[in-house]
Structures are given as C-alpha cells and as structure tokens.
Design a protein around this ligand. Structure first.
Ligand code: ATP
Ligand code: MG
Length: 160
C-alpha cells in the first residue's frame, strides 16, 4: 500500500548552536500531532538533536551555513525526518557510523551520535560527499493514537 503524506513541514536555519534547541522543539511539536508517548517523542527529539549538532559542528566547522530540516508524517504513524547541510561532507560513511569513531576527540566528542540516532529510530540512512554536504534521513513508526481523520479535521484558524 502506498504511503500517504498527512503533514509536512520544512524549516531552514543558520548553523548556530542556539538553533539546535530550536530544531529539537519544532520536531517535538510536529511529532506531537499524532499523540506519541513521552518516550517516543524524547527519542525523536534526541535523534534530531544529534543530527543537527553534527551539521553544525562537523558540517560547518569554522563557518556558518544553512541547515535544512524536513519533517513528514505519513499514515500509520510513520515519522520521516531529514537533516541536510551543504558543508564538509563525509568521505567514509561506514567508518563515520561506527560506534566511538570521531574526528573531534580533542573536543571531547565521543563518536556516539550516529549510534544514538540508530538506536532511537527504526531506520537511519546517510548520503554524503566530501565538499558537497550531508543528508541524514531517519524514520520511526510511532504508536499513533490519533487517526488520520482526526489529524485532518479542522483547518487552522477555524473556530467551531
Ligand atoms: N554533517 C556532518 N558533516 C561532516 N561530518 C560529519 C557529519 N556528521 C557526522 N560527521 C562525521 O562523523 C563522525 C561521527 O559522528 P557522530 O555523531 O557519531 O560522533 P561525534 O559527533 O564525533 O561525537 P558525538 O556525537 O558523540 O558528540 C564525526 O566525528 C564526523 O567526522
Ligand atoms: Mg555527533
């Protein structure tokens, strides 16, 4: 059965560390629309926080660039998230995703960001090319308690 998009939101922001909490909050508000558990929402927020932090600290090391966050909700409680930067890129994706691998150990980074994303989300895929940037796509099926009908119910601004 074809997946049906119920809702979608795109934001972009400069790679300033203050915007990490902004991305986390937007993600939580978006995911909350289908009534997830507190645990699910915490996991989604944490995974987004790791991906956005990577874009800021590794993608745009020493400079400021644009980070894009795409949030999508599909029927059946599937949340789909992409975090994209046009920064440094990753030469060896498999190595970067190995637990404890980091190129920033002097900054006390532990090399666990991708491991956290993978353990909290059902699927994580990374596309990257050196000098071109990185795109991290994550999916999680949540125990959506609100039906698609309920989510479509009232257009914004309509007062009953
Ligand atoms: N958006 C990105 N652009 C460029 N390199 C990246 C990006 N995301 C990750 N990397 C590379 O992958 C490595 C592993 O990332 P990961 O998030 O797992 O660990 P970390 O960021 O080094 O440490 P931690 O997340 O635990 O603070 C990074 O050290 C970096 O070299
Ligand atoms: Mg990281």
């Amino acid at each position: 059965m074809k997946k049906q998009i119920i809702n979608e939101c795109r934001i972009s922001f400069p790679s300033l560390s203050v915007n990490e909490s902004y991305a986390r909050t937007v993600t939580a508000a978006f995911a909350a629309q289908c009534d997830p558990t507190v645990k699910e929402i915490t996991e989604i927020k944490t995974a987004v926080s790791e991906a956005v932090t990577n874009a800021i600290v590794h993608g745009y090391r020493g400079c400021v660039g644009k980070v894009e966050l795409l949030l999508r909700q599909y029927s059946g409680g599937l949340i789909y998230i992409t975090v994209r930067d046009k920064g440094a890129g990753i030469a060896d994706i498999e190595q970067a995703m190995t637990p404890l691998f980091t190129t920033a150990s002097e900054e006390e980074r532990s090399g666990l960001g991708f491991s956290v994303m993978s353990s909290f989300m059902d699927k994580v895929s990374v596309k990257s090319a050196p000098g071109k940037g990185t795109s991290v796509t994550m999916e999680k099926r949540i125990s959506c308690r609100a039906s698609a009908e309920e989510l479509r119910r009232e257009p914004a601004g309509q007062v009953s």
